[in-house]
Design a binder for this molecule. Structure first.
Ligand SMILES: NC(=O)c1ccc[n+]([C@@H]2O[C@H](COP(=O)([O-])OP(=O)(O)OC[C@H]3O[C@@H](n4cnc5c(N)ncnc54)[C@H](O)[C@@H]3O)[C@@H](O)[C@H]2O)c1
Length: 377
């Protein structure tokens, strides 16, 4: 620890504060889930970190109510992360190793709320495993929807199903479609290096719409816009963990583009509130943008803010340097701007993200300072 970071909050304080914030902002939704069986496919990943811990935190703070029972289904392809291993003894948590591209396990039991977030999400990794990415978002989703149909036939009520789509379904929007509403149809390549992701999310949404209509199932879709924060592994190869790795290794921050692409970055605690709202209150067959509208900043500006915060928090002395990526597809079809309109989630679901970019980045850096191990799990 340096002089600069003495007395600042520890990584676990950040997590505990965030979990309480998520529970408070989505109190109605967690009350609705009380006593229910919740399945989280892909729960060992970045978004799983808070998706799984938030209901367990709710149980801890609402001892008088029936607990939310959480089942995590994941192929644990990068191993079981330490935070999940630490929760293994929790009586309201069950971990099942399963590849979502197969039918759901026969002994799964009666799940009442289901979340499908089992997909490779990092561009570096989905370009490496395009077929696995498509299979998880299409065949994997299909198995989950078939499960819900079978449950309905058995008179077992399914209260909500949430499919994780992506802001990538909009591709590279034309300037007049930024900020982007849910009604924008997209500008997407069906054969480029990102198509395995974008097109399987698009087809996944089509599956959701038709299963919702044909079988009258409460299937909803979230389109996340650039989430970041605790749980996003420092080895994930997305932009913020890449910069964090440089910062904590004490070297200059390496920018692999010209830094001009513009994004709005949504802190994960706000996003997870949004996802629980979509799951419980979203309209069947509908998609909701989940992100923040402002500020839209360039990746260069993001790097500058991270460098400034790290100087203040840890006495970081590095600067931003520009290099070309060794991956020739690193920037192919990378959208130049991405910014959502979130009026639909605001007005229909009461989604109201509050964490500012500087607070979110500060919290992320504090979390990375306690979670620097570059293990893949
Ligand atoms: N994080 C974001 O900003 C963002 C943006 C847009 C969309 N999404 C979507 O949200 C979901 C979760 O994203 P994340 O950032 O947590 O991703 P992540 O890569 O951190 O986690 C995904 C998890 O799914 C698991 N998984 C992958 N394929 C699987 C399979 N075939 N069977 C079982 N498990 C499998 C992985 O082991 C991992 O634990 C994904 O569907 C992703 O496409 C995320």
């Amino acid at each position: 620890m340096t002089e600069a970071n003495r007395g600042m909050p520890a990584a676990e304080d950040v997590v505990n504060t965030d979990l309480d914030y998520i529970n408070a902002e989505a109190a109605e939704e967690f009350s609705e889930l009380s006593g229910k069986e919740l399945l989280i496919a892909g729960g060992a990943g970045f978004l799983g970190y808070y998706l799984v811990q938030a209901p367990l935190n709710w149980n801890r703070n609402h001892g008088g109510e029936a607990p939310i029972k959480v089942t995590v289904l994941d192929n644990f392809i990068r191993g079981v992360p330490a935070w999940l291993t630490a929760l293994e003894a929790n009586p309201n948590l069950r971990l099942i190793k399963h590849d979502i591209t197969n039918p759901l396990p026969a002994d799964l039991g009666d799940m009442e709320y289901l979340i499908h977030g089992a997909s490779i999400a990092s561009p570096t990794f989905y370009r490496k495993y395009p077929i696995e990415t498509m299979d998880a978002n299409v065949n994997g989703l299909r198995f989950m929807l078939e499960y819900a149909v079978a449950q309905k036939r058995k008179q077992k009520a399914v209260g909500g199903i949430l499919f994780y789509s992506s802001s990538e379904i909009y591709g590279d929007p034309t300037p007049d479609n930024i900020p982007t509403p849910e009604t924008y149809r997209g500008n997407v390549s069906c054969t480029g290096p990102r198509a395995c992701y974008d097109e399987s999310k698009r087809y996944g949404e089509t599956l959701c719409v038709h299963f919702a209509r044909q079988y009258e199932l409460p299937i909803k879709v979230a389109r996340p816009f650039n989430n970041y924060g605790p749980g996003l592994k420092i080895t994930d190869r997305r932009v913020i963990p890449d910069f964090a790795r440089d910062i904590f290794d004490g070297r200059d921050m390496v920018m692999l583009s010209d830094g001009a692409a513009q994004r709005t970055f949504c802190y994960v605690a706000d996003a997870v509130v949004g996802y629980y709202k979509v799951l419980v209150k979203g309209r069947p067959g509908e998609a909701y943008n989940v992100g923040v509208e402002t500020p839209e900043i360039s990746v260069a500006e993001l790097a500058r803010r991270l460098a400034d915060l790290s100087r203040e928090l840890f006495g970081y002395t590095g600067q931003v340097v520009f290099k070309a990526s060794a991956d020739k597809d690193y920037l192919v079809d990378n959208p130049s701007r991405r910014c959502p309109i979130i009026t639909k989630a605001r007005t229909e679901l009461g989604y109201d993200p509050k964490v500012t970019i500087d607070d979110g980045l500060r919290r992320s850096l504090l979390w990375y300072s306690g979670n620097r191990e570059a293990s893949d799990a």
